[in-house]
Design a protein. Structure first.
Length: 313
């Protein structure tokens, strides 16, 4: 009797342990899917906003300055300072939320906006004078002129792009992933509709393409801000405050260090991609002088041998 009682208790404990383990596994899977879904939708939104122009602009794509749009996007927007700012804000917001210092999340977000505003103002000349800068670097003048026509549109895009990802990091640290996914989907559908209307129907060309891109980023930003200030983040958003201007130095240092690390990683990857070609180039260049030297040495030895016998005799 005692044995059966003990056995049933052990089975019950084992079943509870199994059920609790299954619950924990399912809970972790749901958290992972929730986070990855928002990241996936945001990535799709960015890729579509970057690469949707050929879909709507069709055969005119390669004959207009719009063909330089993805290249400018990759070169001027996906840059270390921007990625460093997003990573730094995400780190600070995640630490503050885990420590239950909820009021600091809003301060960190506002500090990121201040840093973003300063940096974007500093890089505006790169967009305004894109053509002269590219010509000075040795770029073809026709390509540089086309890039100069497209680059001013990015003055608006770069502000919206950075603000959007700063707010993304702020919301993701609070597990507001469903909100990010919803706004990304709405912005994506709006971008597709506007691109079709402005480019295909109204034939606005490059202006229509870039206008739809700017409006898509603007909708994403306004949606996130409205959700934030309308009560979606009651614990962490206490309104705009002058405290954001205090202790900016640690935030700037974190952003700069994150940007430098990302820059080093990008440079290392670029060198890794180029290193096989460089190795082949060095190998071929080292073989060529050896072969030339052998051939030259053989000819010269014959000439010296002939001169010795002919002229000496």
């Amino acid at each position: 009797m005692e044995g059966s009682m003990k056995e049933s208790l052990l089975d019950l404990a084992r079943d509870e342990a199994k059920s609790s383990l299954k619950k924990k596994i399912w809970s972790e899977i749901k958290k992972g899917l929730d986070c990855s879904w928002s990241s996936y939708t945001n990535t799709i939104f960015n890729i579509w906003c970057t690469c949707s122009q050929p879909v709507f602009y069709g055969p005119h794509w390669l004959h207009t300055p719009c063909c330089l749009r993805p290249r400018l996007h990759c070169a001027l927007l996906i840059c270390p300072w921007h990625s460093g700012m997003v990573g730094g804000v995400g780190t600070l917001c995640g630490q503050a939320y885990s420590a239950k210092q909820y009021e600091k999340l809003g301060i960190y977000l506002q500090q990121s906006y201040i840093i973003l505003l300063v940096v974007c103002v500093l890089v505006i000349p790169l967009f305004v004078f894109a053509a002269p800068v590219l010509k000075a670097l040795g770029q073809d003048h026709n390509i540089a002129d086309m890039a100069g026509d497209v680059a001013p549109w990015f003055i608006a895009v770069v502000f919206l792009y950075g603000a959007m990802y700063g707010c993304n990091a702020y919301l993701q640290s609070q597990s507001k992933n469903f909100v990010l996914s919803c706004y990304a989907i709405v912005s994506l559908l709006t971008h597709v509709l506007l691109s079709w209307l402005l480019v295909v129907k109204l034939e606005f060309g490059v202006s229509g393409v870039m206008s739809s891109t700017c409006l898509a980023f603007l909708i994403m930003n306004l949606g996130q801000l409205l959700y934030m200030v309308s009560g979606g983040c009651i614990q962490t958003w206490r309104g705009f405050t002058a405290l954001a201007f205090r202790d900016l130095r640690p935030t700037v240092k974190l952003v700069v260090s994150s940007g430098v690390m990302i820059w080093r990683e990008q440079v290392a990857k670029a060198f890794a991609r180029l290193s096989p070609l460089v190795a082949v180039y060095i190998l071929l260049n080292s073989v060529q002088p050896v072969l030339i030297g052998v051939a030259s040495g053989k000819v010269l030895s014959r000439m010296s041998f002939g001169d010795f016998y002919v002229f000496s005799i």
